[in-house]
Ligand binder design. Structure first.
Ligand code: DC
Length: 226
């Protein structure tokens, strides 16, 4: 049995279904949930609001250290608050996602956000969703899962989500956006997106949400019993 608070680290590219899986795992075990992407998104939104250039590493790192961010989980859907204002919707736009990927490529920014992420590790356990949960933030996590899927299938899923919201975004644009973001996340020198050597890699391209959940639960249960 583990002496420290257990963590399930779930990493993978955008649109691969990490959010859905992590929420389901957190509900199943009744553990805390860290949506680390939301932190980078709030930082990017705050930078845009304050006219801070997305490559101004020092200023962004300072902003990251003092970011007045809070997650309100008293409601069914977790609310993300910046300066006490609900920005849950604003951080989900494509513009903020792209900006988040840019600020996330800066070393000082990532260092400034490390402790804030580690503070989420609280009993009885944590499900951590991101790009470097298993490789940098929670290297000692007993369970590491890396979800992957083709860029096309991720773009298709994203299209469906947007269409549900009556947005007429075009497939080619979404695919281009996803590919550009992947490229930046996978090739950055600091904490690049890649599976930890001890991660279970699941290719979700042709799997249902239920299939992915079943595999993850089986693997987690086995790992935690060790
Ligand atoms: O998971 P997401 O789409 O909400 O993340 C937004 C951006 O933040 C993504 O392009 C990469 C970055 N990110 C990161 O670099 N490290 C993390 N742990 C989480 C997100």
């Amino acid at each position: 049995m583990h002496k420290t608070v257990p963590v399930i680290a779930v990493d993978g590219p955008s649109g691969v279904g990490k959010g859905t899986l992590c929420q389901a795992l957190a509900n199943h075990f009744n553990w805390h949930l860290l949506d680390s992407g939301a932190i980078y998104r709030v930082l990017a939104l705050s930078a845009l609001q304050n006219n801070i250039a997305l490559d101004n590493e020092e200023q962004l790192a300072r902003l990251a250290l003092n970011l007045p961010l809070m997650f309100d989980s008293t409601t069914a859907e977790v609310k993300v608050l910046l300066n006490g204002i609900d920005v849950s919707k604003d951080i989900r736009t494509e513009e903020t996602g792209g900006a988040a990927s840019k600020v996330a490529s800066l070393t000082q920014v990532r260092t400034a956000l490390l402790q804030r992420q580690r503070d989420f590790r609280q009993a009885p356990g944590l499900v951590a969703d991101g790009r470097d949960m298993g490789t940098v933030v929670f290297t000692d996590a007993p369970v590491k899962i890396f979800l992957d899927a083709s860029a096309e299938s991720r773009a298709e899923r994203r299209m469906k989500q947007l269409q549900l919201k009556q947005n007429r975004a075009k497939f080619a644009e979404i695919l281009q956006d996803i590919t550009a973001r992947d490229e930046r996340d996978r090739n950055r020198p600091v904490a690049p997106l890649k599976p930890a050597i001890d991660a279970l890699v699941i290719d979700t391209t042709s799997l249902s949400i239920q299939d992915v959940f079943n595999q993850a639960i089986m693997y987690t249960t086995e790992k935690l019993a060790k």
